[in-house]
Design a protein around this ligand. Structure first.
Ligand SMILES: *Cc1c(COP(=O)(O)O)cnc(C)c1O
Length: 462
């Protein structure tokens, strides 16, 4: 029996897979404030042109530059594990496999795109990147990537996390990035908030505004902004996960996969694992593909498919996506990475097509799953990742009832060693479930009702 399946460095995939080339109905274009499709040059103050080209590319395969492969080789290919110890505990006939993205130096899948983005920026002559971060997963991934590529990195971290979660800030500083609390006195957006409320706890929306303002106001033209999820090019960079997984399953003679599962905040780790399998499904394979979100932030399962801004401050173009509304204030659940109001346009369009079956789960069930995983497989998952694990456990139990030998593959998006305060609260019995009340959802959706509406285009094949 195989417990860990490794690939050698020369088996690392050499191309990323672009699902946009194969979706039967294309993703609709982003819109500017005037409601017209935005032209690539409008984005050029924010992102470098080589990444904008990837963002709008319709090529199916995009070659990964050698230098990026060399950096990724520090921890890739990541192992594929068979969760035999969890299987035994559950007495399931299902075979459960997971890609361990927790082995990257910052501890999650996020460096897969951070490294690629930093490299393309450097290639374009950019010297400095700005970004925002909530709990610090993305900020630390970008700080790591910039340090390896010799770029300056400035991270606006939401004030409340900056104060309460010092460890990822210390990771960023160790990797040489400047990390400051947002709102900060360094930008117009930050100063405006601080004047009104010097004690403001900050928000992701404010931090995005600050990071974008910082990038576009650098008159030297050598600064750009970087986003860790949602956009097409971010999904693209993550597909190396699923492409590796396919090779690994092939290596041990596992011919078909019945289910692919990942947790979804903005959609990037889920996309990374699942897009190559969605390609199989488009070509006739029968696979259940399940993105999992919290019941407290039910973007895919309870909101509509709309045009909405990516941020509270409405700095970003309108994207066609499932969204709870850009003014949505997520409840303070511990899976910080799953508290985003929108879902990647590529994932959203795949949902519209019926290629995916999203699921939402309660916080308590997820922590229970995380604990079971930690006590069987041994690895402590991130609270985000526990959503995927809880769905896998549901499916493994179902397979037992049905007596079916299903093959279930999921993405272990990151470890939870930096998130132990959530486990502390769970173990002390201080956590509870939080289902988003209908009136809060309606209020939040009401605020975007006058924005343009995307077409709901589906081929009807699924
Ligand atoms: C950021 C994060 C997520 C959620 O982001 P996606 O873009 O949806 O992948 C999930 N898991 C971990 C460990 C994260 O750090």
């Amino acid at each position: 029996m195989h417990i860990k399946i490794h690939l050698s460095e020369d088996e690392i995939p050499r191309k990323w897979y672009n699902l946009g080339a194969d979706l039967p109905t294309p993703v609709q274009p982003p819109l500017g404030p005037d409601g017209n499709p935005i032209t690539p040059d409008k984005l050029s103050a924010v992102f470098p042109m080589n990444l904008i080209e990837q963002e709008v590319s319709s090529e199916r395969w995009i070659t990964i530059p050698e230098e990026i492969l060399e950096i990724l080789s520090r921890w890739r290919p990541t192992p594929l594990h068979r969760a035999v110890f969890l299987e035994r505990e559950l007495k399931t006939p299902a075979r459960i496999y997971y890609k361990n993205e927790g082995v990257s130096p910052p501890g999650s899948h996020k460096p897969n795109t951070a490294v690629a983005q930093a490299w393309y920026n450097k290639e374009f002559g950019i010297k400095r990147l700005t970004t925002e971060t909530g709990a610090g997963q993305w900020g630390s991934a970008l700080a790591f990537a910039c340090s390896l590529l010799g770029l300056e990195c400035k991270v606006y971290m939401v004030r409340i996390s900056y104060d309460q979660k010092p460890f990822r800030k210390l990771l960023m500083q160790t990797w040489g990035a400047e990390c400051l609390a947002s709102p900060s006195p360094e930008t117009e957006a930050g100063r405006r908030i601080l004047e009104k409320d010097p004690q403001s706890p900050g928000s992701l929306g404010i931090a995005i505004s600050e990071a974008i303002e910082d990038a576009v106001s650098d008159t030297s033209g050598k600064t750009r902004y970087s986003l860790g999820s949602v956009l097409n090019h971010v999904m693209l960079h993550q597909t190396i996960i699923g492409l590796e997984a396919k090779k690994q399953l092939d290596k041990i003679g596992e011919k078909t996969v019945d289910m692919v599962i990942g947790c979804a905040g903005g959609g990037s780790n889920f996309s990374g694992l699942s897009f190559p399998f969605i390609n199989d499904k488009i070509n006739g394979a029968s696979i259940d593909i399940i993105p999992v979100e919290p019941t407290s932030c039910p973007t895919m399962t309870r909101s509509g498919f709309v045009y909405d801004h990516g941020d509270t401050a409405r700095m970003t173009p309108l994207l066609p996506m499932h969204s709870l509304g850009h003014q949505f204030i997520p409840p303070p659940i511990h899976a910080g990475g799953l508290r985003y109001h929108g879902m990647a346009p590529l994932v959203s369009q795949a949902i519209i097509e019926g290629l995916l079956t999203p699921r939402s789960l309660n916080q308590m069930e997820c922590y229970e799953a995380a604990i079971l995983f930690a006590r069987t497989e041994g690895i402590i998952p991130a609270p985000e990742t526990s959503h995927a694990i809880a769905a896998v456990i549901q499916e493994a139990k179902k397979a037992k009832e049905e007596g079916r030998e299903k093959v279930i593959l999921f993405n272990f998006s990151g470890h939870g060693l930096m998130d132990l305060t959530g486990f502390d609260k769970y173990l002390k019995g201080e956590l509870r479930d939080y289902v988003l009340p209908e009136e809060d959802l309606e209020k939040s959706l009401d605020a975007i009702k006058d924005l343009p509406k995307p077409d709901i285009a589906r081929s009807g094949r699924w």
